[in-house]
Design a binder for this molecule. Structure first.
Ligand code: P1T
Length: 379
């Protein structure tokens, strides 16, 4: 079945007990057993819950994987993946990743004996020269947060698997979503999501996910998911499932609006640089067009007036809300260096202070452009 059909139906057959068409929110912590160790597939809700099972099956189908695992947040998903490694193992990570990912790697996991190198994953030779004999994981985002750089997934997967057969390629697919890009089909071993973003789609839930093809990886991750316990509750699973049903139509409109906003911004005298994966000025535009169905809903921009002008502009918008996060139906605007990526300040992967990031929502695009126009006018 095709993507839109799977989004609405995969893992979501009518409830076997009642016929409920929408997956019930199984708000229970435990499940009655018919005899000791005899049960209907569920024992305790950290280990498994039917609402979560439905979400995990749907995520696996949409990513073209065999197994999905849902987590309490994107960071919980990331942390659980990193627990596949052991002290002394080395990770090559993109130098343009979510600030919280960098913080987890540098300020938490390094203390447990993992080693991290940060490289420009758009450059294959940089990835290659960063590999060490103990490299077990390559971790990247494409499009990256917040610079929207595009890495060649098939080329990186081939390189990693050829050079380090025991290493995995993990791709954080939060910005693209499986509707735009399917990393597992291009050779990645693990796909990670913050479902807080486009998958949930309505800024009303925090969640995370991992999808894999390999049953062995799934077994190890499911063990960790239960042993560590960073699982989402059933209501949160329900909200993400509901979001998934409209993912395709939302992403199409996000992309239309974002492309129009990028075109508008590129034509303004106050604007120094617009970053949008399908924009003619993007350095990896050709690759983006091969690898992604559309340019997505995120746009980044710098102004000629620098950081001060950027702060003034984001404080003047009225339709775009000044807030962290992205991927909801409403448009958001922020300064990564001071907000979502503040934890990279002073580090080699610091974000420039004047960069503005827009999550272009589903409002009427003329209203969005008029809002940006009035916010830029005084510059
Ligand atoms: O916030 P959480 O659900 O824990 O997900 C973390 C995360 C992981 N990966 C990417 C690419 C992300 O963008 C995020 C969260 N990002 C933001 C909150 C943000 O505004 O960029």
């Amino acid at each position: 079945m095709k993507f839109e059909t799977q989004a609405i139906h995969a893992g979501q057959d009518p409830d076997s007990a009642t016929g409920a068409v929408m997956t019930p929110i199984y708000q229970t912590s435990t499940f009655a057993q018919q005899g000791v160790g005899r049960h209907r597939g569920y024992e305790y809700a950290r280990t498994g819950n039917p609402t979560r099972t439905a979400l995990e099956a749907c995520l696996a189908a949409l990513e073209g994987g065999a197994h999905g695992l849902a987590f309490a947040s994107g960071m919980a998903a990331t942390d659980t993946v990193l627990r596949l490694l052991a002290p002394g193992d080395h990770v090559v990570a993109g130098r343009d990743v979510y600030g919280g990912t960098y913080r987890l790697f540098e300020r938490v996991l390094k203390g447990y004996g993992l080693e991290f190198s940060y490289v420009d994953t758009t450059q294959l030779s940089d990835v290659e020269s960063a590999l060490r004999p103990n490299t077990r994981l390559v971790w990247l985002e494409t499009p990256s947060n917040p610079l929207l750089r595009i890495s060649d997934l098939r080329a990186v997967a081939d390189l990693v698997h050829r050079a380090r057969p025991s290493a995995w390629l993990a791709v954080d697919n939060t910005f693209a979503t499986p509707y735009l890009q399917r990393p597992l089909e291009l050779g990645a071993d693990l796909v990670i999501h913050s479902t807080t973003k486009y998958l949930g789609g309505h800024s009303d839930v925090v969640g995370g996910a991992v999808v894999v093809r390999s049953s062995e990886l799934h077994e190890r991750l499911a063990f960790l998911q239960n042993a560590v316990g960073a699982v989402p509750g059933p209501l949160d699973c329900f909200l993400v499932l509901r979001g998934l049903k409209t993912l395709a139509v939302r992403m199409d409109r996000h992309a239309l609006n974002a492309a129009a906003v990028a075109e508008y911004l590129a034509a303004q005298s106050q604007v120094e640089r617009v970053i949008y994966p399908f924009h003619a000025s993007h350095p990896e535009q050709d690759l983006a067009r091969r690898q992604m169905r559309s340019g997505g809903g995120m746009v980044s921009v710098t102004l000629r007036g620098g950081a001060a002008a950027a702060v003034r502009a984001v404080e003047r918008t009225r339709v775009f809300t000044l807030a962290e996060s992205l991927g909801g139906v409403e448009s958001l605007i922020e300064i990564p260096a001071a907000m979502t990526h503040a934890s990279t300040a002073g580090s080699p992967i610091e974000v420039e202070p004047g960069l503005i990031r827009l999550s272009v929502g589903l409002e009427n695009v003329e209203d969005l452009i008029a809002d940006l126009q009035q916010a830029l006018q005084a510059e």
